[in-house]
Design a protein around this ligand. Structure first.
Ligand code: GTP
Ligand code: MG
Length: 195
């Protein structure tokens, strides 16, 4: 896909109403610091459109990026961010749940898992929750540049088993540094967008 325009069109906080978009949406979910914003920037060839940070919890809102007036990328706030109160965490969770439940244009959910670690309980809960809501998430194994090539298959297997993914679930290694996986992810997005 040739990126002609990208605009952060809607930012939803805890109390905002979700937009009623009429174009396909692709949502990016995953724990804080897993690389959601970096993946979005990598897919769009922008350096810092979606703000990235070494400090977890940078994205605290649901951000809708309008791409070419053709589709939306939806950057969801990371779950499992330790440095906010439980009540704020619960509200974020509700906000994300509500979005997954209500959006009528949501085509695919991309669930990001750090390739270096076995999935956490939060990751597994999120996976189950996405499936419960009728989506079969594509798993993006992030930060692939941080492991040796020889470790890749082993880590993919660990993610598969840790999440107990449904047969046929796609697991795509991605690196924001080398852009490994970028084309494959775009193929999936474009394929789903045409449907
Ligand atoms: P929140 O907004 O806090 O939920 O985090 P996020 O999931 O958007 O993560 P973000 O993209 O901000 O990345 C977190 C940190 O990981 C940053 O320091 C990034 O530079 C780093 N990072 C993200 N992706 C990669 C990657 O593929 N390779 C390497 N080496 N570092 C990465
Ligand atoms: Mg972010």
């Amino acid at each position: 896909m040739i990126i002609k325009s990208v605009e952060l069109e809607t930012v939803c906080g805890i109390t905002s109403k979700l937009p009623e978009n009429d174009k396909s949406e692709f949502a990016f979910a995953g724990k804080s610091n897993v690389g959601k914003s970096s993946l979005i920037n990598g897919l769009l060839n922008r350096k810092n459109l979606a703000r990235t940070s070494q400090k977890p919890g940078k994205t605290q809102t649901i951000n809708f990026y309008n791409i070419n007036d053709e589709l939306y990328f939806v950057d969801l706030p990371g779950y499992g961010y330790a440095q906010v109160s439980e009540s704020v965490k619960a509200k974020w969770g509700k906000m994300v749940e509500n979005y997954l439940k209500k959006s009528e244009c949501l085509k695919e959910v991309l669930l990001l898992i750090d390739i270096r670690h076995d999935p956490s309980k939060n990751d597994k809960d999120m996976y189950d929750w996405i499936v419960y809501n009728g989506y079969n998430p594509i798993i993006i194994a992030t930060k692939a540049d941080k492991i040796k090539r020889s470790q890749l298959q082993k880590q993919i297997k660990a993610i598969k088993e840790g999440l107990k993914v449904k047969p046929g679930t796609k697991i795509i290694p991605f690196s924001a540094v080398t852009k490994q996986g970028r084309d494959e992810i775009w193929d999936i997005i474009e394929g789903a967008n045409d449907n």
